[in-house]
Design a protein around this ligand. Structure first.
Ligand code: G3H
Ligand code: ZN
Length: 286
């Protein structure tokens, strides 16, 4: 059934576990995430990023309608989340499109501007009954930009600043920069677990890990144990899908029916979803 992100994250945070949130681009992504979550028996968040909407000719509704229909028919709770939103116009489409939450992304701005823009977004979102996540610190790696030096000043989330940001903005959850980076194609990120410990001791909102595709299983498990309650994964699904399709087409150069290679790509995404969801569940059990 269709669930809300707020309820999934709250129960995960209470159980010191984490919900996996997967970025979906095509209907095959939507189907694979739900099939993987059903097979693992875990709730899941489907998230659509502003970049994914740009890919869909700027239109949110067609993919959103399909995602809502798929979520309603799912055997596990599935919530819909708008991810990395910079456009106010897109933000305002969230409720009508069936989303229960948004991630408002003003982390590229200087602190005071990020706070002011985020606070305005929070006030609007709460008036709509939406759960809202924001980001402090920089992860890098979005839109083809190189990953930031994770040790550069301002790259990591500072606990004192984060406490003021959460209090002054009223956000429901905070995406923290603790060493992961977006769009990594190798699982080689090292997280700063000491910083995560300080952040989770200082903040009383659930913490979100972005760029989780590049984080090894053991690091992911430690992040959940350290207080991460939402784990965002995008690139891992694309690596799985594209790799499987590339291999299939190389082996079957005569193939023309798109269902033949899309089903192979979709199954590879299902496997990736099951793997990640199981890592998170095992971490919560420890
Ligand atoms: O918000 C989306 C995530 O941070 C995805 O990052 O594509 O590196 O897994 P990723
Ligand atoms: Zn992200």
């Amino acid at each position: 059934p269709l669930a809300t992100t707020g309820e999934l994250i709250t129960s995960a945070a209470t159980a010191r576990s984490a919900v996996a949130a997967f970025n979906v681009i095509t209907l095959e992504h939507v189907e694979a995430v739900i099939a993987g979550a059903e097979s693992a028996g875990s709730p899941v968040v489907l998230q659509v990023s502003e970049n994914a909407v740009k890919f869909r000719y700027g239109r949110l509704l067609p993919l959103a309608r399909a995602a809502v229909a798929a979520a309603e028919r799912a055997a596990v709770p599935v919530a819909l989340h708008l991810d990395h939103i910079q456009s106010d116009d897109l933000l305002r489409q969230a409720s009508d499109a069936g989303f229960s939450s948004v991630m408002y992304d003003a982390a590229r701005l200087p602190y005071a501007d990020n706070l002011a823009a985020t606070k305005a977004a929070v006030d609007w979102a709460h008036a709509q009954g939406l759960w809202i996540e924001a980001e402090l610190g920089r992860l890098g790696g979005k839109n083809g930009e190189p990953p930031l030096d994770a040790h550069a000043p301002g790259a990591r989330t500072d606990p004192t600043e984060a406490h003021a940001f959460v209090t002054d903005s009223g956000v429901d959850a905070l995406a923290v920069a603790i060493g992961s980076s977006h769009a990594m194609t190798t699982r080689t990120a090292t997280l700063d677990h000491d910083l995560l410990k300080r952040l989770s001791a200082t903040l009383d909102v659930p913490l979100v890990l972005h760029g989780s595709s590049g984080v090894p299983d053991a690091e992911l498990a430690a992040a959940v144990a350290g207080g991460i309650a939402k784990v965002n994964v995008g690139t891992a699904l694309n690596i799985a899908m594209t790799g499987a399709i590339r291999d299939f087409l190389a082996a079957h150069p005569e193939a023309v029916d798109s269902r033949k290679y899309l089903s192979v790509g979709r199954e590879a995404m299902v496997d990736a979803v099951v793997r990640i969801v199981r890592v998170l569940r095992a971490a919560a059990a420890t």
